[in-house]
Design a protein around this ligand. Structure first.
Ligand code: 5LI
Ligand code: NI
Length: 186
């Protein structure tokens, strides 16, 4: 299982590279990578286990964050309430945003990243709604439409596959600048 020592940190070139597409059928190595990344998310979201293993919680984990420059990311977005089904749980490969809203979206709280030790405050300006096409672990092509929080999470992860970190999208002159074209998401 991955521990915080296994997470690549800002400054490591792998976080600023264009990751390579994965091919199908997945190699045993890539299947294990997918399982290990999802395992991290599950454990990191369990209060007892994340305390035991000192893991920072995450709703996504991209392969470059564990040192593999591959277009693969695990996503685990919990449901609204404790015992709800997750909003999304899966490992996606070679994702492409094929369309998006004109309207921007940003989390009111800003964002955080396992690969960025110092939290950078400010609105991370992203698309409010996106249509993403990706391949699942079976190699099947899937297309989904997302909005609000799930759309933001997917964009944070897809950015990792293109060497982009969340603070790249924060207004440097006024990190909390508001504009009418942006929807601020709780
Ligand atoms: O790339 C994934 N991570 O760095 C895991 C830690 N960050 C988060 O879970 C996180 C936190 C806030 C907003 C977003 Cl959008 C995300 Cl993704
Ligand atoms: Ni991140």
């Amino acid at each position: 299982m991955y521990l915080m020592k296994d997470i690549t940190r800002d400054g490591n070139p792998v976080l600023r590279q264009e990751a390579s597409k994965v091919t199908f059928p997945l190699s045993a190595e890539n299947e294990k990578l997918a399982a290990d990344m999802m395992e991290y998310l599950v454990i990191s979201q369990d209060e007892t286990l994340n305390e035991k293993y000192k893991l920072r919680p995450g709703v996504g984990l991209a392969a470059p964050q564990v040192g593999h420059s591959k277009q693969m990311t695990a996503i685990l977005i919990p449901g609204e309430y404790e015992d709800d089904e997750p909003l999304f749980k899966g490992v996606i490969c070679n994702p492409v945003i094929i369309s998006h809203s004109v309207q921007n979206g940003a989390l009111e709280m800003g964002e955080g990243c396992l690969s960025v030790d110092e939290d950078v405050p400010g609105f991370v300006i992203r698309h409010e709604r996106i249509t993403v096409r990706f391949q699942n672990l079976a190699g099947e092509t899937v297309k989904i439409r997302l909005k609000d929080y799930p759309a933001i999470v997917f964009q944070h992860e897809i950015d990792h596959l293109h060497g982009i970190l969340y603070y790249d999208h924060i207004n440097k002159l006024d990190p909390w600048a508001e504009d009418e074209d942006t929807k601020y998401i709780k």
